[in-house]
Ligand binder design. Structure first.
Ligand SMILES: Cc1ncc(COP(=O)(O)O)c(C=O)c1O
Length: 424
């Protein structure tokens, strides 16, 4: 294949750079910008975006006050340790105890991170040994694109397990061959899932732990949506699953937890990882060189946020009320249901003769005619095992105020009726 214009333009630079950078795929939003560049969204309607999954509910005052308090305490005059302060680590461990009933040693089984994104990337750099033949990282499909970029930059190849809509969008781990598992060094899981909202049940965890024991790979469990849920029972966490299955040392498991969605602070960049002490020790070593210590202001705000549950309950109630109003409007026209958790709706768009619909065309026409942005599902997934499991679906992030989400839902429902009629 001849090089694309972008490849031709960047080739001379790439020759002098880390060649692995050339393996990175454009981010879904970048691709979507390209696919909508020539469109004029209907100017008669106010623009509404359900595209980006960025929390928009208000940041709790107690977090802002803790930031101010930390400035007043003149905490900026020293370098913070990469491991975080003992008080922060204890606040995180205490939260894990309250939330999941697990007991972790704050000194050896836990580390603060600057949001889960950087840590999900960094863990691959810590774990993957690219000198071993066929180094492989396994990801769910669709997935959060950082997993793939982290694997590629660590020098690994990526194998995908497609989500199965007939089993509540669970990843079909059976699609990964025994030979691939044998080469696997790292497995990413995302529960509650982005974009599907599915929560992994205990039986699935048991399967993955068995495979990890057999092949020695690390499980990185992305749990950043754990506090926004719609069932009575809170989502099962990876550490909780391990403890329930008698794995009290959390062998080969590391869980990623974030304040971004729980406490509406995506701008704070705060979270933590917890799990296997041997992994945490090596992760700390990596992070010391990477220079990812959490600043004292963010540490103080984090302690305040992890210590308070009232704002989390209130935030969840807002999402529940919003989803209860918006989902039925969309479900009247689209194949969509309330997810287990998270803040996305993952809907199938109309198709012809039982085949998946065209999510790109649907998204483009919706934007042009009704000025509503959604994210086509095929951009969130890769072709694997003969299909793109995101194809025929759209992701809608219900992060705006309820009234705005409702208006978008009514526009999408109206559009879907005409789109379906046009399909015949
Ligand atoms: C699945 C998933 N994991 C991780 C993140 C990163 O979140 P943060 O870095 O804010 O913790 C996101 C952000 O949208 C996400 O969707």
């Amino acid at each position: 294949m001849p090089p694309t214009a972008l490849e031709a333009a960047t080739a001379p630079i790439m020759r002098r750079m880390n060649p692995l950078l050339g393996r990175l795929n454009p981010y879904p939003f970048e691709r979507w910008r390209g696919l909508t560049a020539g469109l004029t969204p209907n100017p008669a309607l106010r623009a509404i975006s359900l595209g980006i999954g960025e929390p928009r509910h208000a940041t709790p005052a107690l977090v802002e006050q803790a930031l101010v308090g930390a400035i007043e305490a003149k905490s900026l005059s020293q370098y913070p340790p990469t491991a975080g302060s003992p008080a922060l680590r204890q606040a995180c461990a205490d939260w894990l105890g309250r939330r999941y009933g697990v007991s972790l040693d704050a000194a050896t089984q836990l580390l603060p991170v600057g949001g889960s994104r950087e840590a999900l990337f960094a863990i691959a750099q810590t774990v993957v040994d690219a000198s071993r033949p066929g180094a492989t990282v396994v990801c769910p499909n669709p997935f959060y694109q950082i997993y793939e970029g982290a694997a590629l930059l660590a020098g690994a190849q990526v194998a995908f397990a497609n989500s199965d809509p007939s089993r509540n969008f669970a990843a079909d781990w059976g699609q990964i061959s025994a030979e691939t598992w044998a080469r696997t060094q790292l497995l990413y899981v995302c529960s509650p899932g982005n974009p599907t909202g599915a929560v992994m049940p205990l039986a699935e965890w048991a399967t993955l732990f068995k495979l990890s024991d057999e092949h020695g790979f690390v499980i990185a469990s992305d749990e950043c949506y754990s506090e926004i849920y719609f069932r009575d029972e809170p989502p099962l966490g990876g550490l909780e699953a391990a403890a329930k299955l008698g794995r009290s040392d959390f062998k080969n498991l590391i869980a990623f937890t974030s304040l971004s969605k729980r406490s509406n602070v995506p701008g704070l960049r705060a979270g933590f990882v917890a799990g296997d002490a041997a992994l945490i020790k090596n992760f700390l070593l990596y992070r010391t060189y990477h220079g990812s210590a959490m600043g004292p202001l963010v540490q103080a705000a984090s302690i305040a946020a992890w210590g308070d549950e009232a704002h989390v309950v209130a935030n969840r109630a807002l999402y529940r009320a919003k989803f209860a109003q918006v989902t039925p409007v969309l479900a009247a026209e689209l194949d969509v249901a309330l997810p287990d958790a998270g803040f996305y709706l993952w809907a199938a768009v109309p198709g012809v003769a039982g085949r998946p619909g065209d999510d790109i065309a649907f998204g483009q026409q919706l934007l042009a005619q009704y000025n509503v942005a959604v994210l086509p599902g095929s951009l969130l997934a890769r072709d694997a095992h003969g299909s793109n499991p995101g194809a025929g679906r759209i992701r809608m992030a219900l992060v705006a105020e309820t009234a705005e989400c409702l208006e978008a839902a009514h526009r999408i429902a109206e559009f879907t009726r005409s789109y379906r009629n046009a399909l015949g």
